[in-house]
Write a protein that binds this ligand. Structure first.
Ligand code: AMP
Length: 295
């Protein structure tokens, strides 16, 4: 695996690959890799002849009171995991190379980043779309893979690609979970054993919402209430939000006549966790499709 820290060298690698007829799939990450990241990478291999990844803990997407400085890092371990996929090229720049003094240009998707995490992490999605736009210009991929775990991030990036006519395809990948249902996350490393047990309330809450959907609920508030009941029943889980919104626009939904995403953010001790599930009717019939795979 080639490791590149310099944007110009990365662009040169991609230009050469493209000139020789290769196609490039790209998986951006903040490192401290787990099976979720590796699933994106393995999926990426199927869509192109070359696989690029990046490792960059992006300071511009963390708020002043968030966990930027203590975000878990393990560069050597991450490289070893990427080599198993295998990843062909890793772009791993330093923060002052990505955001040198004087940087002042931002990319922002507006409506889709209102509500949900956007309301609780001011500036977060502006930091995400800006760094992802820069990474796309540096890595020049034909396609990029993003996890549905970060559902609002996925929708914001899809919006950015459409609105700015970026010449690549975004490929969403379903959430990868631990066998007991917990969505994999680098931040799970923060959880103490009792917090890890409480964290199962998120996937339990989504299953409860799914059960209500399956019984024929038509009011999104019924899904919200079912999820809230489970979370409120679990001591030590501080709810940030539980919403059932349009799975495409992320805007409020009057009735469940289109795909709905139930999205949850909580704090357990000092750790912020998110999870979500999409529920929809399969097209052409009344059969319920539970897209959530919540374990
Ligand atoms: P991160 O390193 O947390 O920024 O995540 C990098 C990419 O991996 C993003 O597209 C995430 O949505 C995706 N990802 C993280 N955790 C999971 C998971 N449990 N399942 C699927 N994708 C994930």
């Amino acid at each position: 695996m080639k490791i590149i820290a310099d944007p110009r060298e990365m662009q040169a690698w991609s230009d050469a690959a493209r000139r020789s007829g290769e196609t490039i799939a790209f998986v951006p990450t903040m490192g401290f890799l787990h099976e979720g990241h590796l699933t994106l990478m393995r999926e990426g291999r199927k869509h192109a002849t070359r696989l690029a990844s990046s490792l960059f803990v992006n300071p511009t997407q963390f708020g002043p009171n968030e966990d930027f400085s203590r975000y878990p890092r393990n560069f050597d371990g991450d490289c070893a995991m990427m080599r198993t996929v295998p990843v062909d090229v890793l772009f791993a720049p330093e923060p002052d190379v990505m955001f040198p003094a004087g940087s002042q240009t931002w990319v922002e998707a507006t409506e889709v980043t209102r509500g949900l995490c956007g309301d609780h992490r001011p500036g977060h999605f502006r930091g995400v779309t800006t760094v992802v736009a820069k990474l796309f210009n540096i890595v020049k991929p034909h396609c990029a893979l993003f996890g549905e775990k970060d559902f609002q991030q996925l929708r914001a990036i899809e919006r950015m690609v459409t609105d700015l006519n970026l010449d690549l395809t975004i490929i969403p990948v379903p959430i990868v979970r631990e066998p007991d249902g917990l969505a994999m996350s680098s931040r799970n490393a923060y959880l103490k054993p009792d917090e890890r047990r409480r964290a199962l309330a998120l996937s339990r809450a989504l299953r409860a919402a799914g059960a209500i959907f399956t019984t024929g609920a038509r009011d999104p508030r019924d899904l919200q209430r079912a999820a809230l009941a489970v979370l409120n029943d679990t001591p030590g889980v501080e709810i940030e939000y539980v919403e059932a919104v349009d799975a495409v626009t992320l805007q409020p939904l009057a009735t469940l006549d289109r795909p709905v995403v139930v999205a949850i953010a909580v704090r357990i001790g000092a750790t912020r966790l998110i999870d979500n599930a999409v529920f929809s009717f399969s097209t052409g019939g009344s059969e319920v499709r539970d897209e959530s795979r919540v374990g």
